[in-house]
Design a binder for this molecule. Structure first.
Ligand code: SAM
Length: 482
C-alpha cells in the first residue's frame, strides 16, 4: 500500500505505485493538454514573497519524462533553465571527493570495491596521509569536500570516519581551509548519524543505487548493503540523528531509468511529507568502467540525451534541490547539462585512495581508483571553463556555517531569498580563489567576471559591503560571508 508518510521503505517507495505511474505516463505521453497544464503548474510564479515554484508530483514529472515530442522537450529544457536561473542564478558550487578507504565487506556488483575483487589493492589513509591529501586539495583551492569510503566495520568503523573529519577540519595550510565536509558512507544507525552531525558534517549523501527492490537485492548479493529496507530508510535515520541536509541519488544504468526517476521523486516526496524538508541535493551518477567492472554488462545504460532530459525533469519537479554532477561525466556532457539544472560540480577529482598528494596535475594513480574519471582537467581549468561560459564558480560554504540548513535553507530558497547572500558569497569566495590559487589567465577572466557580476547584487547595502570585502580579500583578509 503506497503511503508517502510511512517509515517503511516498501510503503513510501511502492513498487505498485511506480508501475501505475509508468503506465499513466505512457498513456499520457502525447496528451498535449495535460502536458501544458503540468508545465504551467511547474513554472516560476511571482508572489509577494518573491519567486516561487510548485514543483511536480512523481506522476506529473513522469509524464514529462515519457513525452517524446521534440518541441515539448525544448519547452521542458527552457523551463528547467528558467527555474535553475531563478533559484541558483549562474553560480556553480565546486567540490572534490576525498577517498578515505576502499576496504569493503559488500558485494555491489557494479563497484570495484566489492570484497571479492582481488585485483584492487586495498588501502586506507592514515591521519598523516589525510593531512597530505587535504593540503594538496587546499593548494588546488578547494574548500568543500565529499568524503567517500567503502563499508567495513573493522577497517573503517565510525570512529575512523569521525577521526578523519576532525583531521580534515583541523588543517589550516597557508590561506587554505576545508570549510564543509559532506559525507558519502554506507547506511548506518541513528546513533552514528548523530555522531556525524556532532562532527560538523554538511550533507549526508547516500545513493539508493536502484529503487527496484528485486534488482537491488540481485545487485547487492551479500554484505550489510543487501538489506533494501535498511538502505532505503537510511535518510529517515539520518534525519532522526539530527542531520538536516541529506543527498539522494540513483546510479543510472542499473535498472530502467523511468522506474528510478519515479522512485527518486517518491523518496523526495517522502522526506518532505515526514520531515518537512526535501533532499538538499540530488546526484545523477552513471555506471562507469572500473577495476573488475565492465559497464556494458548493465543493459540499462542511458545516452546523453536521455540523461539531459532526466536532469531537466528533476530540476522542474524538485525546483529547490541542489543537483550534483561528478567527473564521471566528460566536458561535453557536463557542458550540456549545466544550464539544465546542475548547481554543483567536482573539479580536479581523483577517485583513488591517496590520489592527490605527490602527483602532478597530469599524473594519476589508477590502482585503487573507484571509477574512470572522464573529466580529467585541473580545478583551475574547470574554473576558467565555467567563467568563460559566464558561470560563477563558487567556493561558498556559508549556509550551513550560518545555520541555514534543512527547512531553514529550503524556506529561504523557496522564495528566492537565498540569492541575496549566495551571489555576493560566490563572488567573495571566487575572489579568494583568484588571489590564492588561480593561474594568471584564470585570474584575469575572474577579475573581469567579478567586476561585471557585482552589479547584479541588487540590495545596495549588501553590494557596498561586498565591494568592501572584495577589496579586503585583495589586501589579505579571508572568509567573509553573508
Ligand atoms: N560505500 C558507500 C555506499 O555503499 O553507499 C558510499 C561510497 S561509494 C564510494 C559512492 C558511490 O559510488 C556508490 O554509492 C555508487 O553509486 C557509486 N559507484 C560505485 N561503483 C561505480 C561505478 N563503477 N561507476 C560509477 N559509480 C559507481
Amino acid at each position: 500500500m503506497y503511503n508517502p508518510k510511512s517509515l517503511k521503505a516498501e510503503e513510501f517507495i511502492s513498487d505498485e505505485e511506480i508501475l501505475d505511474t509508468l503506465e499513466y505516463a505512457e498513456k499520457n505521453k502525447h496528451n498535449r493538454e495535460l502536458i501544458e497544464q503540468i508545465l504551467e503548474k511547474a513554472s516560476p510564479k511571482k508572489t509577494g514573497r518573491g519567486v516561487e515554484c510548485a514543483g511536480l508530483s512523481h506522476r506529473e514529472a513522469s509524464v514529462l519524462l515519457a513525452c517524446d515530442i521534440p518541441e515539448v522537450t525544448e519547452k521542458m529544457y527552457n523551463l528547467a533553465r528558467e527555474i535553475k536561473k531563478a533559484f541558483y542564478g549562474n553560480r556553480i558550487v565546486m567540490f572534490a571527493p576525498l577517498y578515505l578507504s576502499n576496504y569493503c565487506v559488500n558485494q555491489c556488483v557494479y563497484c570495484p570495491y566489492h570484497y571479492q575483487n582481488r585485483e584492487i589493492p586495498r588501502k586506507k589513509l592514515t591521519q598523516e596521509e589525510i593531512i597530505a591529501e587535504v593540503t594538496a586539495l587546499q593548494d588546488m583551492g578547494h574548500k568543500r569536500l565529499a568524503i567517500e569510503s567503502g563499508e567495513d566495520p573493522v577497517n573503517n568503523p565510525i570512529e575512523y570516519i569521525l577521526e578523519c573529519i576532525n583531521t580534515i577540519y583541523s588543517i589550516k595550510h597557508k590561506n587554505g581551509a576545508i570549510r564543509r565536509v559532506n559525507v558519502n558512507i554506507a547506511a548506518t544507525t541513528v546513533e552514528n548519524y548523530r555522531k556525524l552531525k556532532d562532527a560538523g558534517i554538511g550533507t549526508y549523501i547516500l545513493f539508493q543505487e536502484t529503487y527496484h527492490k528485486e534488482s537491488y537485492e540481485r545487485l547487492h548479493p551479500a554484505g550489510p548493503k543487501h538489506n533494501y529496507a535498511y538502505h532505503t530508510e537510511a535518510m529517515d535515520r539520518a534525519m532522526e540523528g539530527g542531520i538536516d541536509d541529506v543527498g539522494l541519488g540513483v546510479l543510472f544504468g542499473l535498472d530502467m531509468y523511468k522506474y528510478e526517476f519515479a522512485g527518486l521523486l517518491m523518496h523526495a516526496e517522502h522526506l518532505e511529507a515526514v520531515h518537512g524538508v526535501g533532499p538538499h541535493t540530488i546526484s545523477v551518477p552513471r555506471v562507469k568502467r572500473a577495476s573488475d567492472i565492465d559497464p556494458n554488462v548493465f543493459d540499462n545504460s542511458i545516452d546523453d540525451d536521455t540523461f539531459a532530459k532526466i536532469i531537466a525533469c528533476i530540476r522542474i519537479a524538485v525546483p529547490y534541490t541542489g543537483m550534483i554532477i561528478s567527473t564521471r561525466e566528460n566536458e561535453t556532457c557536463r557542458n550540456k547539462v549545466l544550464g539544465l539544472g546542475i548547481s554543483q560540480i567536482s573539479g580536479g577529482s581523483r577517485t583513488s585512495v591517496g590520489g592527490y598528494a605527490g602527483y602532478s596535475a597530469d599524473e594519476r594513480p589508477h590502482d585503487t581508483e573507484q571509477f574512470d574519471v572522464s573529466d580529467q582537467r585541473s580545478l583551475d581549468e574547470v574554473v576558467k571553463w565555467l567563467m568563460d561560459m559566464d558561470y560563477i564558480p563558487s567556493f561558498c560554504t556559508a549556509c550551513y556555517r550560518e545555520g541555514r540548513t534543512g527547512d531553514r535553507f529550503m524556506s529561504l530558497c523557496k522564495v528566492g531569498q537565498i540569492q541575496n547572500c549566495c551571489h555576493p558569497n560566490a563572488l567573495m569566495t571566487l575572489q579568494e580563489y583568484l588571489e590564492d590559487y588561480a593561474s594568471p589567465e584564470t585570474k584575469a577572466v575572474g577579475e573581469a567576471l567579478i567586476a561585471r557580476e557585482i552589479h547584479n547584487v541588487t540590495n545596495p547595502k549588501v553590494k557596498e559591503k561586498a565591494i568592501a570585502n572584495l577589496e579586503a580579500i585583495k589586501n589579505g583578509s579571508r572568509d567573509f560571508r553573508f
